[in-house]
Every structure is written in structure tokens, then in C-alpha cells.
Design a protein around this ligand. Structure first.
Ligand code: ZN
Length: 289
């Protein structure tokens, strides 16, 4: 089971969140049959969304992240709640782009940077909080750091990474968020800058067998673990939800599905599960609507 750790330096100046999302991203990659660069982009976004989800205050709330940089991947859409359930998809999963110089997956080019990163907090209150920033590099980690610093006014460093193996399997995936809290002094800031400068890629640390708590403890001298939770890929879709959705569509459209198509097949974007509806089921909805 994937985990997420919340930690803090003992003087309360620096907040640290670390998550290992290897299994979660493997499940997303298998469900959506993503090629490596799409796996990396979707995985990075899922990790960041899990980190955002862990900061929610109420179990009925959720957070949605939408990235569109007009690159070949198209839109990446992910959601998470505070109990660590995440789901997401990328519009075009068939993307593999390798950087000519680094020979690494070129997530920045695949995402593109001519667009925005949007974070929507879905609360029970009327006005959902939305923050939107222009994409900086399309590498996703940099873009989230910019989002936290500008939109949430919390100076932050973000490291997101996915290591993809030769057979497209996910070898390691994770996310790290380091945030300066209002009580941080100039010295704390310098210490944090130094830590960030020498940071190893998060996917590499996880691939070496480090756990989120051991990563958090290794970053600064005096770190206290505040809590640990689990993260997993879980979609909230169900046949009942879709039956409700079908009952709201146009009666003529329903009739076409019944008479011409003799049924319907609906696929959930988030988890790629396909649901079949028989002629009888559709006729029942038609009678009720
Ligand atoms: Zn679903």
C-alpha cells in the first residue's frame, strides 16, 4: 500500500509532505494503458494531487487538478480526497517523447507550457476555491511550486518523479513538498534552499528503498513525523451513478440507444471502466423519465 507522511521541523518553520505513489501510478498506467511519457506526466500529477488532497480539512471535500499546456498529451485531470483516494487520466495516453540531450522522458515537451495549471477545491460551501497559474515549464513539479508560492502565497519547493522501466512498468513514483511556514526565519529559508539544491530525484530515493518517513527524516536535522496515511487509486464511479446520469439525458437520445443501438456502453474517463446497459435497463429509465 502506498503511503503519505506529514512532517515538520521541530521549530515549526518548515512543513514537509512526502508520498510514495508507486502502486497508485502503476494502477493508473495499467488502467489507461499509458506509454512512458504519458505515465510520467499522469503519475507526477497524481502524486501532486494526493499531496493537495492530504491538506483538505473535511472528508466530504475533494481537490481537482487540471493541467493543459497544449502539448501532445492534452489535458491531464486528477482528483483526490483527504483519505488518500486518487483518480485521474490523461487525454492522450499514447505519448512517448524522449529528450535528445538527457535521454530522459520529456514530460515538459509532452505537457507543453502554453497553458495553465488549475486547482479546484470542491467544498460543500457554495463558492469552490479555484487557483489558476500559467504553466512555467510543463515539468509539473516546477509548475506546482509556482502554484503554491503564487496562488497560495506559501513559498514551496516541489519534487515529483516517476521512474518507468523497460516494459513500461512503474519502478518508482513519488512526490515531495517542502513549504516555508509564516514563522520561518531567514536562516530557515537558507537551510531549506540548501536542502532543495542538493535534493536527489524523489523517484530515485524511492527506487533505492527509502520510505516517505525516512526521506522526510533525512532532509533536515530535526524533523518530527506528524502523521502517516495511505494513498491508493480509487474511482467513485458505479453503475448506479451512471444510471442516474442516463436518466437526465434527452428522451429522444434514449430512444435511439434502445431502438437502434439495442443498449449502451459507457466508459468512465477517470478509471477506464466500461459499463454495459441492456435494452431492458434503458427502457426502464425511459419509462421513468
Ligand atoms: Zn471510474
Amino acid at each position: 500500500m502506498d503511503t503519505l507522511v506529514k512532517a515538520m521541523t521541530k521549530n515549526g518553520a518548515i512543513r514537509i509532505l512526502v508520498t510514495d505513489t508507486t502502486q497508485t501510478v502503476q494502477e493508473a498506467a495499467s488502467r489507461h494503458k499509458t506509454l512512458p511519457t504519458a505515465s510520467a506526466a499522469l503519475g507526477r500529477t497524481l502524486s501532486a494531487t494526493a499531496l493537495l488532497g492530504s491538506q483538505l480539512k473535511d472528508k466530504d471535500e475533494s481537490v481537482t487538478v487540471q493541467i493543459n499546456g497544449k502539448g501532445p498529451l492534452g489535458t491531464i485531470l486528477c482528483e483526490a480526497n483527504m483519505v488518500g483516494e486518487v483518480r485521474g487520466f490523461v487525454a492522450n495516453p499514447d505519448v512517448i517523447l524522449i529528450n535528445d540531450e538527457t535521454h530522459k522522458l520529456d514530460v515538459g515537451k509532452a505537457v507543453g507550457k502554453d497553458g495553465t495549471l488549475r486547482v479546484i477545491r470542491n467544498t460543500r460551501m457554495k463558492a469552490d476555491f479555484t487557483g489558476t497559474v500559467e504553466l512555467q515549464t510543463g515539468e509539473i513539479g516546477d509548475d506546482f511550486a509556482y502554484y503554491f508560492t503564487v496562488s497560495e502565497q506559501t513559498p514551496s519547493a516541489v519534487s515529483l518523479g516517476v521512474l518507468v522501466g523497460k516494459d513500461n512498468e512503474i519502478l518508482a513514483s513519488g512526490g515531495l513538498l517542502i513549504q516555508m511556514l509564516p514563522s520561518a526565519s531567514e536562516t530557515d529559508l537558507l537551510i531549506a534552499e540548501d536542502v532543495v539544491k542538493h535534493l536527489r530525484p524523489i523517484s530515485e530515493m524511492i527506487h533505492d528503498g527509502m520510505t516517505p518517513d525516512s526521506i522526510a527524516l533525512a532532509l533536515f536535522e530535526d524533523v518530527e513525523i506528524m502523521g502517516m496515511s495511505t494513498v491508493k487509486f480509487k474511482c467513485s464511479c458505479s453503475k448506479d451513478h451512471l444510471l442516474d446520469a442516463l436518466s437526465t439525458i434527452d428522451r429522444d437520445e434514449l430512444e435511439i440507444m434502445i431502438k437502434e443501438d439495442k443498449g449502451a456502453e459507457i466508459t468512465c474517463h477517470f478509471c477506464n471502466t466500461t459499463y454495459q446497459f441492456t435494452e431492458d435497463e434503458l427502457t426502464r429509465i425511459h419509462r421513468k423519465s
